[in-house]
Design a binder for this molecule. Structure first.
Ligand SMILES: [Zn+2]
Length: 296
C-alpha cells in the first residue's frame, strides 16, 4: 500500500457505527439490557455460489461455504406472510423471496433476525467480576430467538432494569451462550460511579435505525432486485469459467425445470432449513463488514 496523507483517507459511510456484542469462546460477560424493545426483521443471506446438499437428521439441507457469503439483506415481504411460510416467503413484495426458489440457489430463505441494545460491563478475563466501572453500549444481533429464551423468561418475571445477565460462551464451533440472570440486584445499583455510567448508557442507546442496519442492509425493491441481478450475473460468469458442471445434481435440475414456481413440498418440510454452522449469522455479520463492500 502506498503512503498517503491521513486526511485523504476515505471513510466509508455505510460501515457499522456500533460495537457488536460478542463473547469469545470460553469467555464470560456481564450485561444489562436497557430496553425491552428489539428490532425484528426477516433477513435473506445472499451467496455467490450454490450450496451443496448435506444430510441432517435424515433430511437434505443446503450448506453454503463461508467464502460464498455475499451479504445480508432485509426481506421486503409482508412480515406475517413471511412468518407463516419462510420457505415460500412473499414473492409478490420481495424480489429476494421471488428469486430464492428459481434459478441458481444463491439466496437463503428469510430468517427471523433480532437486534437489541446491550450494555456490557467491563469484566475480568473469563470472569463476570467487574474489572472497573466502565460500561459499553453494544448491539446484540442474532438469528434465533431461542438463544435469548432465558432473557425473555426473566423479563416476564421482573422488569429488565432490575436484572443483569451473566453469559458464558462454550468452546464449540457454534459457540453457544449460556445465559442466566444474576442473583440479586444489578451491579450498577451498588456503586454510584457505575450507576452514573449506566445512566449515560441508557441515554445513548442505539436507535431503531442502527438496530435495523445491524440485521441487514435495507434496500428499496428496485435496489434489491438490482443487487440480485448483479449477483446472478456474477455467478453465471464465474460458473462458466469453471470446468466442473455445477448443474449436475438432481436438486438443481429439478429446481431449474420448475422455472419461477416453487417446490414448496421439499422446502417447507426441511424443518425450517436449520441453520448450518458455516452460515451462523454472528460470523456472517463479521464477514459482512470486513469482506464486503456493500456500497457497490
Ligand atoms: Zn424476502
Amino acid at each position: 500500500m502506498a503512503l498517503v496523507d491521513l486526511t485523504s483517507v476515505e471513510v466509508k459511510e455505510s460501515g457499522p457505527n456500533y460495537d457488536k456484542f460478542d463473547v469469545e469462546k470460553n469467555d464470560k460477560a456481564r450485561i444489562h439490557i436497557p430496553s425491552g424493545k428489539v428490532v425484528q426483521e426477516h433477513v435473506h443471506v445472499f451467496h455467490r455460489e450454490e450450496p451443496t446438499m448435506i444430510e441432517r437428521n435424515g433430511r437434505k439441507v443446503p450448506q453454503w461455504s463461508r467464502e460464498s457469503f455475499a451479504g445480508t439483506f432485509i426481506c421486503l415481504g409482508d412480515f406475517e406472510t413471511v412468518l407463516a411460510s419462510p420457505s415460500y416467503g412473499d414473492p409478490t413484495n420481495c424480489p429476494a423471496c421471488k428469486a430464492m426458489n428459481s434459478g441458481a440457489r444463491l439466496i437463503e430463505r428469510p430468517k427471523r433476525t433480532f437486534a437489541l441494545n446491550v450494555v456490557r460491563y467491563a469484566t475480568q478475563k473469563r470472569s463476570t467480576d467487574l474489572r472497573n466501572k466502565n460500561v459499553e453500549n453494544q448491539v446484540w444481533r442474532h438469528a434465533d430467538v431461542r438463544k435469548i429464551e432465558p432473557i425473555l423468561q426473566a423479563a416476564r418475571e421482573k422488569p429488565l432494569n432490575e436484572i443483569d445477565f451473566l453469559i458464558e460462551a462454550d468452546n464449540s464451533d457454534w459457540k453457544k451462550y449460556q445465559i442466566q440472570p444474576s442473583l440479586g440486584e444489578p451491579a450498577f445499583k451498588k456503586d454510584s460511579a457505575l450507576e452514573a455510567n449506566m445512566q449515560n448508557a441508557y441515554e445513548n442507546q442505539f436507535s431503531e435505525e442502527v438496530l435495523t442496519d445491524a440485521c441487514g442492509r435495507s434496500l428499496t425493491t428496485e435496489a434489491l432486485a438490482a443487487e440480485i441481478h448483479r449477483l446472478e450475473a456474477e455467478y453465471r460468469i464465474e460458473s462458466e469459467q469453471e470446468t466442473t458442471d455445477v448443474y449436475t445434481t438432481e436438486e438443481t435440475s429439478a429446481l431449474s425445470t420448475t422455472g419461477g414456481s416453487v417446490d414448496i413440498e421439499s422446502k417447507t418440510t426441511a424443518g425450517d432449513l436449520p441453520v448450518v454452522p458455516t452460515t451462523d449469522l454472528d460470523d456472517i455479520n463479521d464477514a459482512l463488514f470486513e469482506g464486503i463492500n456493500p456500497g457497490e
